[in-house]
Design a protein. Sequence first.
Length: 190
Amino acid sequence: CGGGIAFATLSNCTLTANSAVTCGGAAYDGALNNCTLSGNSAGGVGGGTYNSALNSCVLAGNSSDRGGGTYYGNLANCTLIANTASSSGGGADSTTLGNCILYDNVAPSGTNYSDSVLTSCCTTPLPAGGTGNFTNAPRFIDELNGNLRLQPDSPCINAGASSFVSVNTDLDGNPRIVGGTVDVGAYEYQ
């Protein structure tokens, strides 16, 4: 487990193209702030992370059997996009998420999320439980070329819950709260 790191705390890092036989392609039992995890894989669960806490991170293009982006973790203000699971939870499985974007992930069951608790998240379909969730497309500047910052008319702007904010900056190092309310996703609209 933990193809990139295990039992570590990282800030302002990029974990790319790591793999694990069973779980946590990039990170296992870690704490990550303002990091990008892309192109990682795990043979079992958590292509990006397993049992980890993430703040203001992007998980993109990771893969596993369950939880292509993450499995069994706690995520706040993260963006999970284009992750793949061969079974369930393309973006997240068995995870607690607040102020996160889970969009355009792929799985036969639970395309964007499975068996997870979502609060103030941008995803589809709308979760049965949780509060403040919405299904409107996040409106990234240029998703195809990896620019996951928000356009001025994004529904994710000022749509988050401040109770999930635990770091003062977004993924770009800009103030985490601008305009009075935190934005949903890894980037705060400036």
